[in-house]
Design a protein around this ligand. Structure first.
Ligand code: NAD
Length: 471
């Protein structure tokens, strides 16, 4: 990508070093936190309609300071080892920032999913999984994959099934992967979790009166003009939740073009149009943008890059008008672009914090699989009965009966989705405040990414020190 002279992994390490320079840890400990602990590169054959083809794949376990390690699997035509290492490192820092007790990992298979049938993708996924099983690179207590770019609940089902077939009778086998469909041991709310987390993080950021004033923006999300790049899992859900909160989605971008409509786009209508036509282009009432990158430079308050890394570069950063960049994707902003944007006073809400909703709810799914019980199953009725008794006592004391609708609303015990969303909201708000406090306490820290990395390094360092490896 023009203007980006560093690889993705190097970029992550630039961010790491910027934070590390502010801390007092021994160099050896910092090197250990930074290093990729295990890298497994494989080439495996799969028979497709074109005959036998050899696919290249990776699984990188960045940090073993906590086990299992965790991170998604990416299917993309350009994925490479450097990228998977960068993504694995981000997972370590991300988990630390939101207090999810895992080390970081990531997987990748170089495959253009559009060129293969569902059956072929299933063969590729199952073969990749069995390679991971063979090398002990997957397991509920070892390494737990999840969806990422180009994969979804469908691939996670194939992974779980392959793992279970190769590990018959293993009680916790379902916890070998997260992001499964709810009917296959998944958890309600995982599909939309990353986008919902992006929304909670943005809402929290926009709720800080001083910071919004400094940006020249009004407090609160309502009325903010938003552009979203990538209408996949993260982008679609981020756009949807922001729209529901009163944001105006003035632009969206997909691979083959962008859309601009200053009065706002209906995200669901755009997605329907895309399904019917195979493209978002020519959406009625909107201006179609070519090339798609032009959408990043639209007049807006918030830009949510939610496609891939290296999208905001030294090349386009000077033309970006958004006052807030909300990193839904991993690594969308190059280090050079970040400097330009920070100098212009843009608020960057970093990937390592903002897209942590996915791994947070994946953690809940893993806990659910290990406990073999759905969240809310045990307590729901008990809580409802307790609330009923409380209402009865209040009615007796006041002599005023509650209206039926009011009663139902107060008494209703939590379902799994309520608990998942509440846990996610608590996580995103708590982590934002931790990062913000780190930034406010140290005058040398001017941006949220450095504060987030400081938070991560402290937490990972603490656990290494507790392990006694670095006395
Ligand atoms: P996805 O495959 O569901 O969607 C990605 C979308 O981006 C696709 O619709 C694709 O067509 C589009 N796209 C690709 N190149 C584009 C371009 N140049 N311009 C505009 N659109 C483009 O993937 P996803 O799971 O939503 O992941 C997106 C990003 O979010 C990745 O960086 C991923 O690592 C990160 N992420 C994903 C999760 C998760 O839970 N899925 C969690 C954290 C971070």
């Amino acid at each position: 990508m023009a203007g980006n002279h560093l690889s993705f992994y190097e970029t992550v390490n630039v961010y790491f070093e910027k934070a590390a320079a502010l801390l007092d840890y021994p160099r050896g400990l910092l090197e250990q936190i930074k290093a990729c602990n295990a890298v497994y590169a494989i080439q495996f054959p799969v028979r497709t309609s074109r005959g036998y083809e050899v696919f290249e794949g990776w699984r990188v376990q960045h940090s073993h300071h906590r086990l299992p390690v965790k991170g998604g699997i990416r299917y993309a035509p350009e994925v490479n080892q450097d990228e998977v290492m960068a993504l694995a490192a981000l997972m370590t820092y991300k988990c630390a920032i939101v207090d999810v007790p895992f080390g970081g990992a990531k997987g990748g298979v170089r495959v253009d999913t559009k060129q293969y049938t569902e059956e072929e993708l299933q063969h590729i996924t199952r073969r990749y999984t069995s390679e991971l099983v063979n090398k002990n690179f997957i397991g509920p207590g070892i390494d737990v994959p999840a969806p990422d770019y180009g994969t979804s609940a469908r691939e996670m089902t194939w992974i779980a099934d392959t793992y279970m077939a190769l590990n018959p009778g293993q009680l916790d086998a379902l916890a070998c992967v997260t992001g499964k469909p709810v009917t296959q041991g998944g958890i309600s709310g995982r599909v939309e979790a990353t986008g919902r987390g992006v929304y909670y993080g943005l809402r929290e950021a926009c709720d800080q009166a001083d910071e919004m004033k400094a940006l020249g923006l009004a407090r609160g999300l309502a009325g903010k003009r938003v552009v979203v790049q990538g209408l996949g899992n993260v982008g679609y859900h981020s756009a949807k939740f922001c729209q529901e909160a009163g944001c105006v989605i003035v632009g969206v971008a997909e691979r083959d073009g962008g859309l601009h409509r200053p009065q706002g786009l209906d995200v669901d209508a755009v997605v329907r149009h895309q399904k019917e036509r195979g493209t978002i282009r020519e959406f009625p009432g909107a201006r179609t943008l070519t090339p798609t990158g032009a959408a990043l430079e639209l007049d807006c308050d918030i830009l949510i890059p939610a496609a891939l890394e290296n999208q905001v570069t030294a090349d386009n950063a000077p033309r970006i008008k958004a006052r807030i960049i909300a990193e839904g994707a991993n690594g969308p902003t190059t280090a050079e672009a970040e400097k330009i944007l920070l100098d212009r006073g843009v608020l960057i809400i970093p990937d390592v914090y903002l897209n942590a909703g996915g791994v947070t709810v994946s953690y809940f799914e893993w806990v659910k699989n290990l406990s073999h019980v759905r969240f809310g199953r045990v307590g729901k009725r008990f809580e409802e009965a307790a609330s009923e008794r409380m209402l009865a006592a209040i009615e007796q004391a006041t002599g005023r009966p509650f209206a039926e609708a009011e009663r139902r609303q107060i008494v209703r015990g939590p379902d799994e989705i309520d608990l998942v969303n509440s846990g996610l909201e608590e996580t995103m708000i708590g982590a934002y405040q931790q990062i913000r406090e780190i930034k406010q306490r140290d005058a040398r820290i001017h941006d949220l990414r450095t504060a987030a990395f400081v938070s991560a390094i402290h937490k990972v360092a603490r656990s290494y020190l507790e392990l006694g490896i670095f006395p």
